[in-house]
Design a protein around this ligand. Structure first.
Ligand code: 9MR
Length: 378
């Protein structure tokens, strides 16, 4: 089900303009550094003995966010890590990675009890060897679910679900630090999602059961519920609130909430911070798990500026709540995002454009994250 790879488009005029304006800023800086190094006659500055030989060309998101104990994540397709430009960005800016598709049920257990963890293992090895956290996505979801599961009767589906959760969580034990145990189980009106085969066949209890089994399989992993359209306070997020409140009241092992954050530029809810806060007040930690902010394409400079402002707003809202621990962007480059295939006329939702040029959203996110958490000095 991975999307077709679009042909590499030509560089847009806006991208060329952006690259030129960055060069205009950076070139004189580089020249000054070089001249100072060659002449050896310039007055030493206050940091002359400790200053690096060359000024860093680009801020590093994960480093800037680290001071605020905020994870910066990217959804990754492991095979694209072979692409140097893609890999360089993830290497440099991520403190956390999550599989965009390869740890989903259809990828790991396409046939009953036949397992394929090769691509998940590849991402786990990448995370291990680069010192990044590995976030697990996802164990129980109605989508990207093989047909054989949907055809099972109640007892068989209960057994298959528990077996899937247990086997996968055990496989990645010690590598995945947090799992999206159940994904997207609530409808827009706040009720349980009616088109989920798990809901239809197993009823409400499948959610608690999935968390119990995941906890048995990996007692150290943080266990999260993850959903979209729950950024603001609304009927759906009220339904999710009631769901997790009930799980907590019954001592079901749930630790965290994933707020996905598939957003449209200029249409952010203004109560994101308040919404994050109410879940933290319940006793959960919160992460923005799948952030992308789409614009109409071809994107105007105004739209990209709005998008930049919105990325900054999401980061600021998360940083304002101590229990909001991470921000993961759902992809690396506009070249590969899922958006154009799902929302006709929209795209360009990520931080790097299709030519791997950082967009205004990248600079805005760097700036917002750089401000840290309010009230903290370091
Ligand atoms: O980005 C994923 C895309 O490549 C898949 O085709 C799609 C299939 O449903 O899933 C996308 O990721 C989804 C994520 O797993 C759960 N939340 C919504 C994401 C966007 O659809």
């Amino acid at each position: 089900m991975s999307p077709a790879v679009p042909a590499r488009p030509g560089r847009s005029r806006a991208a060329v303009r952006r690259a030129r304006s960055r060069a205009a800023v950076l070139l004189p800086l580089l020249l000054a550094v070089l001249l100072a190094a060659c002449s050896g006659t310039s007055e030493p500055g206050p940091d002359a003995t400790t200053a690096p030989a060359q000024a860093p060309l680009e801020p590093v998101l994960a480093e800037i966010a680290g001071g605020s104990a905020l994870d910066i994540g990217f959804a990754v397709a492991p095979e694209r890590l072979d692409e140097p430009e893609y890999r360089e960005i993830v290497d440099k800016h991520a403190s956390l990675v999550v599989a965009e598709n390869v740890m989903k049920w259809e990828a790991t257990e396409a046939a009953d009890d036949e397992w394929d963890f090769a691509e998940g293992d590849r991402l786990a090895e990448y995370a291990r060897s680069t010192g990044k956290k590995l976030y697990g996505h996802t164990l129980v979801w109605h989508s990207q679910l093989p047909a054989w599961v949907k055809a099972l009767d109640e007892d068989a589906m209960q057994e298959a679900m528990e077996h899937h959760v247990r086997t996968q969580a055990e496989h990645f034990r010690g590598q995945v630090f947090a799992w999206d145990v159940v994904n997207e189980a609530v409808d827009e009106d706040g009720s349980r999602r009616s088109d989920s085969p798990f809901q239809q066949t197993l009823g409400d209890d499948y959610i608690a059961d999935a968390f119990e089994v995941a906890h048995e399989a990996d007692p150290d992993a943080q266990l999260c519920y993850n959903d979209y359209d729950i950024e603001g306070v609304n009927a759906k997020s009220d339904g999710v609130y009631a769901l997790v409140e009930d799980l907590l009241a019954r001592d079901v092992p749930i630790d965290c909430l994933g707020i996905q954050g598939h957003l449209t530029a200029g249409k952010l809810p203004d109560d994101l911070q308040e919404n994050i806060q109410r879940f933290v007040d319940l006793g959960l930690t919160v992460r923005i798990t799948e952030l992308d902010i789409r614009v109409e394409t071809p994107a105007s400079d105004e739209a990209l500026a709005q998008q930049a402002e919105d990325y900054a707003s999401v980061a600021t809202a998360c940083l304002a709540v101590e229990g909001c621990l991470g921000l993961t962007v759902w992809g690396v480059t506009d070249r590969y995002s899922w958006i154009p295939m799902w929302f006709e006329g929209f795209g360009d939702a990520l931080l790097w454009d299709a030519d791997y040029e950082p967009k205004p959203a990248f600079d805005a996110l760097v700036e917002a994250v750089g401000k840290g958490r309010p009230g903290r000095t370091g």
